[in-house]
Design a protein around this ligand. Structure first.
Ligand code: ZN
Length: 136
């Protein structure tokens, strides 16, 4: 939570709840899932509040948006650690993988273009092992 303060983002109770939810979630939740799960503890919260919070977190690069094939729902993922997502084009499953050279990728982008790099949104698509098994 401290890096939110560093960026000067106002931490409201609901924002804290939304962030904690995304950090703790093993899955990649949608706004509706977050809303439904938090509602018992935050009965005054609206779905619009969840969306507003996600928008701020997205703009600051704390979460990233994920789209699955054949699904209009947007899912969210915490970007506190450097990782990428690979999404199955068949079943829509989202899998994290780590230890990729994102810092050097950003450094390279800066060196080659002179841009000050603020965030990266990289998603890799493929066919997951389970769906591959179904193919054969
Ligand atoms: Zn699959």
């Amino acid at each position: 939570m401290s890096h939110l303060k560093e960026k000067g983002i106002r931490i409201t109770e609901t924002r804290k709840a939304v962030v904690s939810y995304i950090i703790d979630s093993d899955d990649h939740p949608s706004a509706e899932m977050i809303y439904k799960d938090l509602l018992p503890n935050y009965p005054n919260m609206s779905l619009a509040t969840v969306y507003n919070n996600l928008k701020v977190l997205l703009e600051e690069g704390f979460v990233t948006e994920l789209k699955r094939a054949n699904d209009n729902t947007t899912y969210y993922d915490f970007m506190g650690h450097e990782h990428l997502n690979v999404i199955c084009e068949r079943c829509g499953k989202i899998t994290d993988f780590m230890d990729v050279e994102i810092p050097s990728l950003k450094r390279e982008a800066h060196e080659q273009t002179g841009y000050r790099i603020t965030k990266e949104l990289l998603t890799i698509y493929g066919i997951c092992p389970e769906c591959q098994a179904l193919e054969s």
